[in-house]
Design a protein around this ligand. Structure first.
Ligand code: SF4
Length: 454
């Protein structure tokens, strides 16, 4: 059943099988959940909204709040203006958020709803805000939706008010709450004041208290998003995810930015900390040097089990590129590197990594799907798969060790509480990878070859 993918590869242009991405509003919803007391609003049908919320809830095992314009046939014909007007009034009356973040859907984009005009025309209660972004799902992926929503908040809210402050902006990329907590720890250790935007920690990893709270304590405040316009600098993490919002802020408020790779693995974390060290004119503290040294130590200890192993890496573009770098640092071969999100820059960056390490015969592809990956693996296998839960069927069909990493992970618990970012994140990733490979070795060993000490 899982193994029906044919080995023979043929070119497809109009069909995706087992996609390696989801739709733009999922990313927009996630970005909006990282804003304090914000109600994300899906301007489309109830089915879209249910899908987006369910998708996030399945990954985080937390409720993802969201409202909808509840399109029916009438809205499809006459436009969704009156639905949105009614929705905004009801949401403020009933759920009392400070801000509503509207994203569009395929249907509202197709009928050409003008959200700018709708929002300008509606009555918004004093002290409340409505922002929007366009997220047509037939273009891009949830990653585009995520950065489009960030850019939407910045366009509406961030202002250069001539009140410079010392907090740098930090755009975290599309990462888990555990990563956001790790970023906050790194900036705190570097003694650099910051505004993290968006910030889903204390929202999508809020503790069980016995009481349901619609707006948990976390999330970037509206005031902080406004203040981004007076930041001395922005550190935008994940070059393919964070450049757009950093550019928008730069154009709007002349805030300079450093665009750095997602800090997964040794070199990428070094790059971020070096940039921070230069900015703050401060040495990297010993606590972080120690973590780096520990990471290198364990990689050296286990290099027999890692060196030369072939890996397939798939998922979101910045995560995959950063994981590819880490795989290379551990002496492994990233044989197949793919993302479902479109973009030539992904392939350029991946092939740049292959050539830096002198590798030939590795494949990188954007706008790809997991059917592609399965066919490649059928023709020339790998020792390990690294990616979202959607690789599970391939791993089972081909009997390949599989480490779940990235988004979405739908069939495991607690992963989003732990970081992948920073040296600590890399240490955890290293542990998961070595365990998967060594478990496999144990399982395949003959009784007389089974080692207790490895
Ligand atoms: S119709 Fe479009 S916006 Fe709605 S769930 Fe499907 S892809 Fe996403």
């Amino acid at each position: 059943m899982l193994n029906l993918t044919p080995q023979e590869i043929y070119q497809r242009s109009a069909l995706r099988i087992n996609p390696c991405k989801t739709c733009q509003p999922v990313g927009a919803l996630y970005a909006a959940l990282g804003v304090h007391r914000c109600m994300p609003h899906s301007h489309g049908s109830q089915g879209c909204s249910s899908y987006h919320r369910t998708y996030l809830s399945r990954h985080f095992k937390e409720p993802a709040i969201g409202s909808t314009s509840s399109f029916t046939e009438g809205a499809s014909v006459f436009g969704g203006g009156s639905n949105l007007k009614t929705a905004v009034k009801n949401i403020f009356d009933i759920y009392d958020p400070d801000i509503i973040a509207v994203h569009t859907t395929c249907l509202s984009e197709t009928i050409g709803d003008d959200l700018n005009a709708y929002i300008q025309d509606m009555e918004i209660p004093p002290g409340k805000l409505v922002v929007h972004t366009n997220t047509p799902s037939y273009v891009g992926s949830h990653i585009n939706g995520y950065y489009n929503m960030m850019a939407g908040f910045i366009r509406y809210l961030s202002k250069s008010r001539g009140k410079p402050h010392d907090r740098v902006g930090v755009f975290p990329g599309f990462v888990n709450p555990g990563d956001m907590r790790e970023l906050k720890r790194l900036f705190t250790l570097m003694e650099i004041p910051f505004i993290l935007f968006p910030d889903t920690s204390e929202v999508m990893d809020a503790p069980m208290t016995g009481n349901y709270v619609m707006y948990p304590p976390g999330g970037t405040t509206i005031e902080a998003i406004v203040s981004l316009g007076d930041c001395p600098r922005v550190f935008a993490l994940g070059e393919l995810t964070s450049e757009e919002p950093a550019e928008v802020l730069s154009r709007q408020c002349s805030v300079p930015y450093d665009l750095v790779p997602l800090p997964i693995g040794i070199e990428n974390t070094d790059t971020l900390l070096t940039a921070l060290s230069r900015w703050a004119c401060r040495e990297v503290p010993y606590a972080l040097e120690e973590e780096r040294g520990q990471l290198i130590d364990v990689i050296l200890d286990a290099h027999f089990y890692l060196s030369g192993k072939c890996v397939a890496v798939f998922g979101d573009p910045d995560t995959v590129l950063a994981l590819t770098g880490f795989v290379l640092e551990m002496g492994m071969i990233p044989k197949y590197v793919m993302t479902g999100t479109p973009g030539d820059a992904f392939v350029r960056k991946a092939t740049g990594l292959f050539s830096r390490y002198g590798l030939a015969g590795c494949t990188a592809k954007a706008s790809a799907d997991l059917f592609d990956l399965h066919q490649w693996i059928k023709n020339d296998g790998v020792d390990l798969m690294l990616g979202s839960s959607y690789g599970k069927q391939i791993a089972k069909a081909e009997d390949i060790p599989f480490v779940r990493v990235g988004f979405p992970i739908l069939d495991r618990y607690a992963h989003s509480y732990f970081p992948l970012l920073g040296y600590r994140g890399a240490l955890r990733l290293f542990e998961k990878i070595t365990e998967a490979l060594m478990d496999r070795q144990d399982r395949d060993a003959a009784d007389e070859d089974l080692e207790l000490v490895m």
